[in-house]
Ligand binder design. Structure first.
Ligand code: UDP
Length: 328
């Protein structure tokens, strides 16, 4: 197969590209490089451009016989989405609209879409099931949900088959240390804690310690980025064989608090890692844990690195060996 990966130079995108290459698949990457890193992908036809750029999409579909698309390209910062929702509607929803139109024009009818647990908003109950209500609490989640619906109606109208993967907290890095997570600015807990271990920050701020959880800090479901990559590949293959659109959660089904994450980082890195309590961050639910039974049963997805220790130690290998990320 030849698979187009949009946003293939980003964090989850680049790990998925690597995974697909290891499976012997041909990969083509489209990335604007606004957030992505060219160094994160090697040995692939690379197209730099925006989803809105019809000329670059035409070139991709004319130059390559694309069998399926894995669509990551998006803005994904919750806080920024609240401050500038139109940017998110433009890049995420309108961008996907351009992509889907071109897919239909070139008769490419298989897409795996990078969705998010943020589509649920405040959970009805834990663990979260795919059938639970979706009431996003920020524009980021709202735009991802809008895209899920765009894909649903495009199946009915044009026969476009889609799998939407709602991830929980992506974390970790390539176990062989070739690529890892490099965001500017960094907002995610694990890389921030590891930056403290590296001496790049004085301490980590724990956003709230008065949540209704065992130790008062928020609980999240951390899932290894390579396990996410595996699920994308399985989803493409499943779509090709069954032609049935579907939505799946991807998580480990196990929650860890902010304090537990920091403690595990202390063990893995053997650094003190000072932490202090700070005010709650707006829009953070107390507990988000996925039920991923549907993905395990229907996609035959088996996470390879479910332990938090493994997730953090792969992230640490990357950050320790690449303290400035992809920069030389
Ligand atoms: N968090 C924190 N301090 C930080 C960054 C994150 O306490 O500097 C908390 C955040 O409030 C959430 C959890 O860590 O409860 C995971 O946050 P992250 O931004 O990594 O992922 P999210 O759950 O927002 O997708």
């Amino acid at each position: 197969m030849t698979i187009l990966v949009t946003g293939g130079a980003g964090y989850i995108g680049s790990h998925t590209v690597l995974y697909l290459q290891e499976q012997g698949e041909k990969v083509v990457v489209l990335d604007s490089l606004q957030k992505g890193h060219k160094q994160a992908v090697v040995d692939v036809p690379f197209y730099q451009g925006e989803l809105h750029d019809n000329a670059v999409l035409d070139r991709i579909f004319v130059d390559n016989k694309i069998d399926a698309v894995i669509h990551f390209a998006a803005d994904s910062l919750v806080g920024e989405s609240v401050k500038d929702p139109l940017k998110y509607y433009d890049n995420n929803v309108i961008g996907t609209h351009h992509l889907v139109k071109k897919m239909i024009e070139y008769d490419v009818k298989t897409i795996v879409f990078s969705s998010t647990a943020a589509t649920y908003g405040e959970p009805d109950s834990i663990p979260i099931q795919e059938s639970d209500t979706t009431v996003p609490t920020n524009p980021y989640g709202e735009t991802k949900l809008a895209i899920e619906k765009l894909l649903k109606w495009s199946d009915q109208a044009y026969g476009l088959k889609s799998v939407c993967l709602r991830y929980f907290n992506a974390a970790g890095a390539d176990p062989e240390g070739r690529i890892g997570e490099d965001h500017t600015p960094e907002t995610h807990l694990i890389p921030i804690v590891l930056q403290v271990a590296l001496g790049q920050r004085d301490n980590v701020k724990m956003f709230g310690d008065d949540y209704p959880t065992e130790d008062g800090t928020c609980v999240r479901d951390y899932i290894h980025v390579m396990d996410l990559a595996q699920a994308h590949y399985l989803a493409v293959k499943k779509l090709k064989s069954t032609k049935q659109s579907a939505i799946y959660n991807l998580g480990n089904g196990q929650g860890f608090s902010v304090k537990q994450v920091i403690d595990t980082c202390r063990n893995v890195t053997e650094h003190d890692i000072p932490a202090e309590v700070a005010p709650r961050r707006a829009g953070d639910p107390a507990i988000l844990i996925a039920s991923s039974e549907k993905a395990k049963t229907e996609l035959e997805w088996t996470p390879q690195y479910p332990e938090l220790e493994a997730i953090i130690s792969h992230a640490w290998d990357w950050h320790h060996n690449n303290p400035n990320g992809f920069e030389e």
